[in-house]
Design a protein around this ligand. Structure first.
Ligand code: KIV
Length: 272
């Protein structure tokens, strides 16, 4: 009798080793069934705190609590079997001190069994990234436009449009890599700067609105599916899922109103 070997899940070091190699494919994911579909095609799934806006209707990511990230992280881990699952640390759960960050990152890791966490910030988070990485927590960094700092940025604006902004962003990238991050998300960074950072850094850059020059790309799944009511200009919509949902719900409502409905179930067997 042969027993099928358990499927191996990608790890943070394997993603890191893809620097300069074949492009890294990533999506956000908050939900078990869509995670299972995406799992066939992506290298990692990010349980992003964007779920606050996408799933829960908040105006920003700021109100998202740690428990909610853990709940969605567990759902995604149940759905995805092959890809690395990275869980975002929400606002207020890691900035106070390296010890606070470790305590909460350890909770996320134990309760979701994810393979890595992500946190926002460059130089200001370097000590924390090192503290976590030295204690067995793989960290994905996130620089450029960091949505948890939206109130200090004053809006969603591309970073590094002018040369005078480059040095600070380049330093953020260099410092998070030196601190031990295994990859870094570059969000809304002008193409020439994203290309330069990607060339200079020893770890993979994952772009979102930061051009094709990056080592990989991530999008919010609902945005690329065509399910989000408003998307940033750089997002390409690969589907029309919002329209498909509306069409299906309208047909259902029409059938119910017309009393044109299948016979009552006499068993509850599932379809094949
Ligand atoms: O929360 C999120 O979805 C993210 C991506 C934008 C990278 O951090």
């Amino acid at each position: 009798m042969s027993v099928q070997a358990p499927q191996k899940r990608l790890t943070a070091p394997e993603i890191s080793a893809r620097k300069g190699g074949s492009p890294i494919v990533a999506l956000t994911s908050y939900h078990a069934h869509t995670a299972a579909i995406a799992d066939k095609y992506v290298d990692f799934l990010l349980v992003g705190d964007s779920l606050g806006m996408v799933m829960h209707g908040f105006e920003s990511t700021l109100p998202v609590p740690l428990d909610l990230m853990i709940m969605h992280g567990r759902a995604v881990m149940r759905g995805a079997k092959r890809s690395l699952v990275v869980v975002d640390m929400p606002f207020g759960s890691y900035e106070e001190s390296p010890a606070q960050a470790f305590r909460n990152a350890a909770r996320v890791t134990k309760e979701t069994e994810c393979g890595a966490i992500k946190l926002e910030g460059g130089r200001r988070m370097a000590e924390t990234i090192r503290f976590l990485a030295d204690r067995g927590v793989p960290v994905m960094a996130h620089i450029g436009l960091t949505p948890q700092s939206i109130n200090t940025f004053g809006g969603f604006k591309t970073q590094g449009r002018t040369r005078d902004q480059w040095a600070a962003i380049e330093e953020d990238a260099r410092v998070v890599a030196e601190a031990g991050a295994f990859a870094v998300v570059l969000e809304a960074i002008a193409e020439p700067l994203a290309a330069k950072i990607t060339k200079d850094l020893p770890i993979p850059t994952i772009g979102i609105g930061a051009s094709a020059a990056c080592d990989g790309q991530i999008l919010v799944m609902e945005d690329m599916l065509g399910l989000s009511p408003r998307v940033p200009k750089f997002v390409r919509e690969f589907g029309e899922v919002g329209k498909a949902i509306e069409k299906a719900i309208k047909s259902y409502a029409d059938e119910v109103k017309a009393r044109n409905f299948p016979a009552a179930a006499n068993t509850y067997e599932m379809k094949d």
